[in-house]
Structure formats: structure tokens, C-alpha cells
Design a protein around this ligand. Sequence first.
Ligand SMILES: [Zn+2]
Length: 682
Amino acid sequence: MIQRKEENILVKISIKIQKQIEELVKQVNEYDYYYYSLDKPKISDQEYDEIFNQLNNLEIKHPQFIDKNSPTQRVSGTALEAFKHITHNNKMLSLSNVFNNNEIIDWCKKNMEEVSSSEILEIVCEPKIDGLAVNLTYNNGEFIQAATRGDGYIGEDITANIRTIRSLPLKIDYKKKISIRGEIYIKKTEFNIINNQRKKDGFDIYMNPRNLAAGTMRQLNPAIVSERKLQLFTYQLINEEDNSQFNNTHHENMMSLNELGFPVNSLIKKVKGEKKVIEYCKNIENIRDSLDYEIDGVVIKFNNLKIQNMLGSRSRSPKWATAYKFKAEQKYTELTAIAITVGRTGTLTPVATLKPIVINGVTVKHATLHNEKYIKINNIDIGDTVAVERSGDVIPKIIGLKKGKRDKRTTFLMPKKCPFCLSFIKKNISTSEAQCININCKERLKKNIIYFVSKECMNIRGLGTQIIEKLIRENIIRNISDLFYLYLQKDKIIFLEKMGEKSVSNLIDEINKSKKLPLNKILTALGIHNVGSEIALLLAEKYTNIDNLTNAKLEELKNIEGIGPIVSNSIFEFFNSAETQELLNKLKSAGLNMHQNMKINSVEQKKTYLYNQNVAITGTMVNWTRSELFELLIKLGAKINKTITKKTTILVVGTDPGKKLTLAENNNIKKLYEKELLDLIK
Ligand SMILES: [Zn+2]
């Protein structure tokens, strides 16, 4: 009897604690909403911390009551190995642009005519946040997934990172499956704090808040993301279950988002008529600098969702919306010095050092001066006051000059020797280009390695500028191929870099992973003059392996569509130099994959692409159930593999792919995404 009573008391206490935790979760969520979404804190930071800690302590003591959507659970403990791919249910489009008042008027008129509206239609205007687009999925009232835009069809799964954003509700009062589109950004103040710290710590600084936000979203460790304080604005609501709309208008949808707890920009406004749109754009441009987030224009949308539907979309962008882009901002400052940089091809570029100036909330300290001729023509000199322009990712430019005070002007001259390796430079009189032609120039090597490991090329993470500099200085890296032999000097690197063994191992893993990249990536990374990622892909698909390309005749290269005489000459010269052949041989013996899978082009190839192939499947498909997919694949002549075996040649990849994807990537098995499979059977 007594025991029974004690049990009862225990149950009661435990219910009480559970209730208390639930109540605290509710409170913290509400304070978060006021603080992060509305920017109107309800209580002091100190009071907030107290309540948050109270919740945290209770949860630590009673882990059985932790709700996975508790505000204390935003950061998951483990770092990811890689981002999974996600196929978007609804394509993520980008926006067309208008650049001036006339184009705004034309855009409004043209579309109103198209829907032959007799009355003036409502238009919703909102600031265009200069961040990164994200798709958030909720089901059953819970946040389940976040994906980047990617190519519009397939994005990357960044759920764990996005969970750390405090203004993102993890639970909402709506049960159906919905997608919410928004923009991830970082506040200007936060950007400056982080950059200052990075500079102190000797890291590369970020160019602008968007680059920082992008770099942060690609972090594999959510704990780091959490420290970076990403922010969110939402601007679109999509019903994923059927085509029904929540409301009749976009503006009402935004109000609904707000009620569900999502941050919606407070400057959003409903207007009528082109004049009002222009007025809104002008007003926003005027207050642009006073906002703590970067904007690069105004998004203009038709408010009525039926009208939006009638107007529809082009392949890349909706017709019912457009973006008015601001002109790049210009400011005057003093040019205090001219420095010389040497690029990976050896080109010397004069760079202006400026008295730091804030343009659109970002501090600008350097601007490109292109070459000697540019400086001469524009009569630029040290001590001048210059007009500087900065827009988006582009390096700031000097676009004008207030004459300097001095009567006597010194004329800038390019140095005769490379400032880094001291070898004589070669000058091209007609283009005014100066070049360091020493192939052993360490500055050139550094720039080459930075480019080689960049995301667009071999995507080797963990090799920052500072480490590269040190490895070159210590003669551990003397050419690109040395990267692939770093593992032999692991101990030396740990010692030199004061890096942990784990991070050096991670770096070596990254390098090994990059060996399996297809030929087009390597061709891009080699930095052949005039060959960017597009031409690299063209070449890789035509020649399929490096030997075929090496043996290609000049005439043949010239005749490839999309490659002119200049480009074909650079390609031919590159592959016919002894240096290149030596490098390629070293890369080959290091085990780099120098092949490209065939692209499926012709109808005939499409028909037979899966014929007689051993095909495995991972993830779920949007268009087929598992058994429907089996049926389809068998119809196309494929043999189904339950698991990945030595025989498997193709892996069909859906949403939420499992371990098979990594296995396939490690074994050079071709991947076929759902979208590609759809193309195949079209
Ligand atoms: Zn040099």
C-alpha cells in the first residue's frame, strides 16, 4: 500500500516536471519569435538566459522529457560527411530583372495586358534580400527538411544547419505538407564582427555577407553554423499536398506565414499602379544603407494568386514576378598606395589600396586597377580621391577621379621584376599586360593551388591560403601533383601547422576523395588559358579521357562547336608542352580519375542507356513507387541489383539517398538522378 502511494507521488512529480518543461519550451519559443522574427524583444537578454538555462538544466536532469523540437535541441551533435541531394517537388526558379523606371512600367503593362485585366491590379513589393534561397519543408506541423536551390531541380540537404537558425519555427500550427521559400542571410553587423575576428586569427576574410552566409551554409558541422547566427526571411508558401491555395493573394499568404511564426520582412507593401511601384523602389533604395541586411533590389509580384497562375512561368523564371535591381553604389575615398598582385598565369595586376570606406554596409579597402594602361589613361595617382563602385561579388572598381591636389604627378610604372620571385617580367605592348613567366614562381604556384582546390575545381576543403603558403614556403608543395603526396609528410604537416592529427587526416581524405572526380573537373582545375568550366565539360564529354584529348590535333579542336581559334590554340599549346605532360603523368600515377562518363544525347543512346545494365536504387522517387520503378527499369532492359555489387554500373538516385550513394561515388558507379531518368524516358 505504502509503495503504491510512493509510486503515485513519483508519477505526479514526473508529470509536473514534464508540464514544466513543456511550458518553458513554449515560453522560449515565444521569446525567440519576438526577438528573432519580429525584432522586438519581449524580455531582457538576462531574463531570457535565465529561462533558457532553467529549461536546459531540467532537460539534462530528465532527458526522457526532451522534445526533439525544443529550442535547446537546435544544434545536432554530429558533423556531416557530405550533403545529400534533394529533388525539389516544385522547381526553384530565379527572377528576371528590370533596371529602370521604364522597364518597370513596361513589365507591369505587358503583364496586365496579357491577362486582359480591365482594372489596375494589385502588386506586392518587398526588398530583395541579397542572401541564399532555401526551401523549407514542414509536415504534420514539424520542420522536416531544408534544401538549397542548387540547379533549381536538385539542391543540397542543409536541414541540420538551418535548424540552428533561431527565427525558424521547428513546430507550426498547421498539419498539411507545405514548402516555404525564403532567403538565408547574415546581418551586416555580424558580418563585420566575424571578418574582424578572422583577420585577427589570420584567416581569409569574406568578400560580403552573402559569401559568408554561403560559406556558412556549406559547413558540415552544425555547431559552427550555430555560432555564425544566420538569419531568415520567408517570402513564399507552397501547398505540397494539392494545388489548393491558403488564401487568394500573396499578401494574405505572407500574413499567414507571420501568424505561423515565420519571419516576414516588415517592409513588404501592397500597391496599385506603376507609379506607386516606382515610388516604393525609390524609397527602399534611399533607406538601403540604414538596413542591417544587404539588399540588391526590390521584388515585384502580382498579388492575386489566380493572376499569378494565369501568367505562369518561363523555364527559368516566373512571369508573375520580377526584380528591380539597384544601381551599384559609388563613393569617394583616397587612394593611398598601389600594390602589385601576381595571378596564377603570371599576370601582374596593380591593385589600389584605399582609405577604408563603407559602401552598402561593407568596408572596402582595395580596388582593381586592371593594368598600366588603365592607370595611365585615367591619370590615376597615389594620393588622388577616387570614386569607387561595389556591386555584389565583383571586385570593387575605380570608376572616376577627383583630381589630385598636387601639380606634379608621378607616373605609375609597372615593376621590371616580379615582386615575388624577382625574375624579369614579359610585357605585351599592345595589351599593356605584364607577366611573370617564371614557372617556378612561388606566388604563381600559390594562386594555382588556391584555384585548383576551389569549389568549382577539385573542391578540396580544409586547405586555406595560409596553409598553402606555409606548405610552399617549406617546399612540401613544389607543384600541383605534390598535393596528392601530402600523406607521405603527414607528421611534418601536423608539426608545422600545429594542426590536430584529425584535421590533417580529414584534409588527406578530402584530397583522396577529389581523385575520383570526373575529367571535366580536372580540366577546369588545370587552369588552361581560356578554358573555364563550360569548355572543360565540352572537352571532357567529347574526348572522354585525358589521352584522347592530349592526342587531339589542332584542326580537330578548332572544329569543335563552341571553341574558336584562340581557345583551341591555348588548349593545343597546353597539352603539347613537356611541362604539362610531366604534370599529367604525375597526376596519373597519383591515381586521379581522368575519365568522363558518356553523356546521354541521342535518342538511340537514351533508348539503350539502361539496357543490360546492372542497376541499383537508393532514396525515394517523386514520380514512382518502388515497384513502379522496378517495372520501368526492367522494361528499359535493366537488371535490378538489391545491393551495390561489383557488377553494378548505375545507381538511380532519389530523395534522401542512403549509404549506397557514397558507395557508388567511391566505386565510380554512374549516378542517374530522377530528373535524368525522366529525361531518358521522355
Ligand atoms: Zn614571379
